[in-house]
Each structure stands twice: as C-alpha cells, then as structure tokens.
Design a protein around this ligand. Structure first.
Ligand SMILES: [Zn+2]
Length: 493
C-alpha cells in the first residue's frame, strides 16, 4: 500500500472510531448543528435585548401579582396590553375564560402559535431571597416560574413580529394567553372551544433548572372530585343511626390502594381529602375528596378511570351513602415533535444558555446549601439533544392538548438552581429577579429564531406535520371533557 492510501485509511478508521465512541457514550444522542445567525434572526434577538427593561418590569409585576389559576386578571391584562402596545390585535376572555386571551399579528398562512402561561401556586409566597421568607404568609407565589414563562413567550412573538415587519415576511402569529395550567384546565377548555384550530405549528417552553429541548412525552390524566352524602348522628349516643360519608372516602381510598397492584405499572393514582367532617363526636354526613388518575396515554387513563369509578361505587354501597362525581379536567399525553424540536435545539445552540453572573451563581449556591442539595449553581451548559430513555413522563400538562391539534415544540431554559425542587420557594425567589429575566430573554430569542425558521423554510413545517400525522396513528383529538362541563371561573370552591 502506498503511503497516502495508508494515511487515508488511518484517517477513516479514526473517524469511525470517534463516531463509534460517541455512540457508545450516548446511543440516544441526535447530532444537531447550531443554527446560523441571519440578519432576520439578529433583528429579533436585538429587539429582545433592546426591551429588557420592559420585559423585566412585566416579569416582576406578574411575579408580585402572583395570581392562582382562574384568578389571573392582572397578569393576563399586563401581557395582553403589552402585546396591544406592540401592535398585536388582542381578543380577551376567549373560550368563556375571563383570564384567557389571544394576541394576533399579521395575516395569511402559515399561522404559528405561541403559548403563554401566568398562573401562580397557592401558599408559596416568597421574597427574592436565599432563605424561605414569604412576602405574605400563606399567599400564592410563582413556584413554577409561570411569570417568566408568560413574558418569555410574549417577548418571542413580538421579537418575531419585529423581524417579519422589517423584512416583509408574511404569515400570522398568535399568542395564546392560557390561564390555569397548574390545575390542568385552561388549555383543555380552550382546545374544546377550537381556540387552537388552524395552526400550522405551535411553539412553547417552560422554565427549568437546565437548558434543554426534550423529546419526552407526559402522562395523560383525569382529575375529579367525589362528594359522599351520609346521615349524621351522635358518634357515641346513636351511631347506628349514622351513615358516615368519611367512611366512604376512607374505604374508597383503601380500595384504590389495593387496585394499584392490578393496574398497569404506568398508572398513577393520588388523592387528598378536602372535607372529612367537623368533629369526631359527630358522624360526618358529608365528605369530599379529590383524585388524579394518570397513565401513559389517553386510552389507558380511560380504562383505569372506569375501574376507579367501580371502587368508589363499592365504597358507597359498603357505607350506605350516596355520591356524586364531579369531573374536573383531563388531558392527553404529549405528542412530541422531533423535526420541530431539532430546529428549536439548533437555535438554542445559537443563542446559548443564560449568561449568569458570579453574583447570580453565588445566590443560587446559597439556595442550594439552604435546600440541602449539591451547590452546583445555575446551569451554564446546554443538555444533549437525545431520544428519551422512556417515552412517558411523570407529570401531566395541558400543553398536551395543543400538541394533538398542531405539531408543538418544546424548550426548557434554566431559571432556578440545578437540582432544587419544583413548586418550591426557591423557584419563586429566582423567578422574581435577574435570574428569571435572563431565562425569559433566552427563551424569547430561541423561540423567535425558531419561528423565523418556520416562516422562511416552509418545508420544515411540512416535515413537522408529516411526523405529527404519523404519531397520531389515525387518532383525532377528542376532548376529555364532558360536553356539558363549563369552566369554573374564580376561586376553587
Ligand atoms: Zn409549570
């Protein structure tokens, strides 16, 4: 063999070896190159940078308002009026939900959606501090970072619009203001009312503790309450005249715990007792409990739910009580979209993780110390883009409903210290300060850049829709809600 041929062979062997070792390190990893910074994307990114004062103020105002599901009046109005100020037409109170809105820009196809959320969680009030310190004891707080979420999504749409306007790009952008994600309600009612119909694709994100684009799905869910009605009596004097509604709840829960063994291992059941009577010396004639049934997909949840209802019926027979089921909400499993997420990931590689300062890192590490997790600070890297090891997730989200109506992309951007719990005071702390602002800015830039890719490369949307159709396997979206169920408005009763 001549010398140059040997070199070429050696080179090929080393490339093959390198690729093989990469594969061995992470067989699920999908190679994606960073997107290019075009003039179009630069216009969007520059818009975000130039409006950080506005965006940070909005972020903090929604954080301070900290309104829980279906009560997000101020938060929704702050986002809706900012969109209006920036040239979007806004429809308020859509789908009979006073705190839902749509902001629309442009005309014609393609129609690209952005999802914004802004509800807080009860009892998580917290200052932007490294120790647990409520602003107001017992008040709500943004423990899931939905203030950051809402601002990031609204900013993404406005940034994309600015770039479209400057470059004469055609298409329609729709920002969906979605209330009540924490109670898994808002988008389910919006989906049933056809609010998401006609989208070519939809772009969304969620604040996270790392920077990622995930192909993992989520669990389908049914949630409902049961009221049991019994007969009251003196617990010691004449208990034989009583029929305890609390007994019915307890026996239902015992039955469900036994049922678990005979459900598929993917099923999850959880419950709380909302009302179990007032005093031990009175047989409770009324009791109320709230249940979640989750599983890998909609079909499985429906099967599990039928069996759960039998247990509840059995408990009522055993205790000679009557009962009423109140179906509250249900969601599908998320349909992920690899083609769309590859574009989002390439733009995350282009934009990069949030540039956290040393002070922000020190703040995060202090929180980690106080929470009792390793003091690794905030994530400054981008997680690899990989196929999920398992195709289902623990939690459920009403974003899943949208994913059945249009190909929907994902994105996570770091807004809280690595390894700290979700729905926690530490997340509230970070969501109301510069750490949250930076996460919103990165999310806005990545989503705006992805939107511009979708607008300028129609074949991408085509690819996303083909994949989406294949994943649906002939199943069309059917709302999990009973047709006569109206959304609750205002506080949970
Ligand atoms: Zn959330």
């Amino acid at each position: 063999m001549k010398k140059p041929q040997v070199f070429i062979l050696l080179f090929l062997y080393s490339v093959a070896g390198f690729l093989h070792s990469q594969e061995k390190d992470n067989p699920l990893q999908i190679p994606v190159k960073p997107a290019k910074l075009t003039a179009l994307k630069k216009a969007a990114i520059d818009w975000v940078d130039a409006h950080m004062a506005d965006l940070s103020r909005l972020n903090d105002e929604i954080w301070q308002a900290a309104e829980v599901a279906m009560e997000e009046y101020r938060s929704a109005e702050l986002l809706a009026s900012y969109l209006e100020k920036m040239g979007f037409r806004v429809e308020r109170g859509v789908a009979s939900l006073p705190t839902a809105f749509i902001g629309i820009y442009g005309t014609g196809d393609p129609v690209i959606g952005f999802l914004a959320e802004y509800d807080a969680l009860p009892g998580l009030s917290q200052e932007a501090a490294t120790v647990k310190k409520p602003v107001k004891e017992g008040a709500p707080g943004h423990g899931c970072g939905h203030n950051v979420f809402g601002v990031g999504s609204v900013a993404a749409a406005i940034a994309a619009k600015e770039a479209m306007e400057k470059n004469g790009l055609k298409g329609t952008l729709k920002v969906f203001g979605c209330p009540a994600e924490e109670t898994v309600e808002g988008k389910v009612f919006m989906a049933r009312e056809g609010i998401f119909d006609g989208l070519a694709c939809c772009i969304q994100w969620h604040p996270s503790d790392d920077n990622n684009v995930s192909l993992a799905s989520s669990n389908a869910l049914n949630q409902f309450e049961v009221e049991f009605f019994g007969k009251s009596a003196h617990s010691a004097g004449d208990p034989w005249h009583g029929r305890s509604a609390l007994d019915a709840v307890e026996l239902a829960d015992i039955g469900l715990n036994f049922l678990r063994e005979h459900l598929p291992p993917t099923a999850r059941i959880h419950y709380v007792i909302l009302d179990g009577g007032g005093a031990p010396n009175v047989v409770p004639d009324y009791a109320r409990a709230w249940y979640y049934v989750r599983d890998i997909d909609r079909e499985s949840v429906e099967k599990d739910y039928e069996r759960v209802l039998k247990v509840i019926d059995g408990a009522s027979r055993m205790t000679e009580t009557t009962y009423k089921i109140h179906f509250k909400s249900g969601v599908h499993e998320m349909l992920t979209n690899r083609a769309g997420n590859e574009i989002v990931y390439s733009n995350l590689l282009l934009v990069g993780p949030p540039p956290f300062t040393e002070e922000e890192q020190a703040f995060a590490k202090e929180i980690q110390k106080n929470v009792g997790v390793e003091a690794k600070g905030l994530s400054v890297k981008i997680e690899p883009f990989t196929l999920p090891e398992k195709s289902w997730g623990g939690g459920s989200t009403d974003v899943a409903e949208v994913s059945w109506l249009a190909p929907t992309t994902s994105l996570g951007v770091a807004f809280k210290p690595l390894g700290t719990p979700g729905h926690h005071w530490s997340a509230v702390a970070c969501a109301g300060m510069s750490i949250g602002h930076k996460a919103a800015a990165v999310a806005a830039k990545v989503m705006a850049a992805s939107c511009l890719d979708f607008l300028t490369e129609p074949q991408t949307i085509q690819k996303m829709r083909e994949e989406w159709t294949a994943r649906k396997k002939g199943r069309e979206y059917k709302s999990p809600l009973p047709p006569d169920l109206r959304p609750r408005v205002g506080p949970r009763k």
